[in-house]
Design a binder for this molecule. Structure first.
Ligand SMILES: Nc1ncnc2c1ncn2[C@@H]1O[C@H](COP(=O)(O)OP(=O)(O)OP(=O)(O)O)[C@@H](O)[C@H]1O
Ligand SMILES: [Mg+2]
Length: 274
């Protein structure tokens, strides 16, 4: 299932996985939402996490990003074990995530939403505010510049002074991605970044995700739309009933009868019966 390990410059075994989990389990009131999920997310690629509703996809992303602890299993970022680390520590290793239901700060403007995103701002420390005001001001100015540049990249610059709560569903998805990108992630977990978004915006978000890959970011995205998966994802992980059913390219998975039965069949039936 996993790719062959690579030999590093010193002949030491190296994994090409940016993120890896082993036998993750999580139960809610005794019912297993995740039941042994195990997979690798290859470095520098776009990986899709697909599966039927209730398969445990969001719960896996919650666990991998430190929003939730697991009952058993292990998680690694590169070669560092990060099992049940809190999200702020995981973020320090460069892993950021977005949410299935956008979590913008509705009362703040679009620009302000980005300015609260970067980790370790000099102004967070009272010592710096009192004794290094120049450094704090410089960093604030740099952050505003970077935020405006990010908003421009994501087509949100004209909306910078709008309240985040006034954005459309698709614009909120773009804002979520921009906020995560402000923290300069190495690994980005996206929970249904295109759900409820109109087709033109789906293409735009897809292009942004490809651009992130081109800049070296590893992406794991939960996605139900197989056209999107086919178009932009290099690698696919199928989750069913909390377990990893299969991994590979979408074209290979379409030949896998177990996968077709558990998930793709539903999608193919739905699309042919239209
Ligand atoms: N906080 C929670 N408390 C209780 N049960 C939960 C909780 N979070 C998830 N579940 C249950 O765990 C199972 C997996 O849910 P999860 O949201 O991870 O699925 P999913 O694959 O993301 O589904 P969808 O495609 O609908 O988003 C579901 O049966 C869900 O009801
Ligand atoms: Mg979900």
């Amino acid at each position: 299932m996993s790719e062959l390990p690579l030999l590093g410059p010193l002949g030491v075994l190296e994994s090409s996985a940016a993120l890896r989990c082993e036998a993750i389990t999580k139960a809610f009131q005794g019912v297993h939402a995740v039941n042994g999920a195990a997979f690798e997310v290859p470095e520098g690629q776009i990986t899709a996490l697909i599966g039927p509703n209730g398969a445990g996809k969001t719960t896996v992303v919650n666990i991998l990003s430190g929003s939730m602890t697991c009952d058993a299993g292990r998680e690694f970022i590169g070669s560092t074990e990060v099992t049940n680390w809190p999200s702020h520590k995981i973020a320090r290793l460069g892993l950021m995530r977005t949410f299935q239901l956008s979590r913008e700060l509705g009362g703040l403007t679009v620009l302000e939403n980005l300015l609260v995103a970067p980790a370790h701002q000099a102004g967070d420390s009272l010592f710096n505010v009192l004794f290094r005001p120049g450094r704090v001001r410089r960093e604030e100015r740099d952050n505003v510049e970077r935020a405006l540049h990010t908003l421009d990249t994501y087509g949100l610059y004209p909306l910078r002074d709008s309240r985040a709560s006034d954005l459309s569903g698709g614009q909120k998805k773009l804002l979520e991605i921009s906020r995560a990108v402000m923290a300069s992630p190495r690994i980005l977990l996206l929970d249904e970044p295109m759900a409820g978004v109109n087709p033109a915006l789906i293409d735009r978000i897809g292009n942004h995700i490809r651009d992130l890959r081109a800049s070296g970011v590893t992406v794991l995205m939960i996605e139900h739309n197989l056209n999107v998966v086919e178009k932009i994802c290099d690698h696919v992980i199928v989750l069913a009933e909390g377990r990893t059913l299969a991994t590979g390219r979408l074209s290979e998975l379409r030949q896998n009868t177990e996968v077709v039965k558990a998930y793709l069949g539903e999608v193919i039936d739905a699309s042919t019966s239209r």
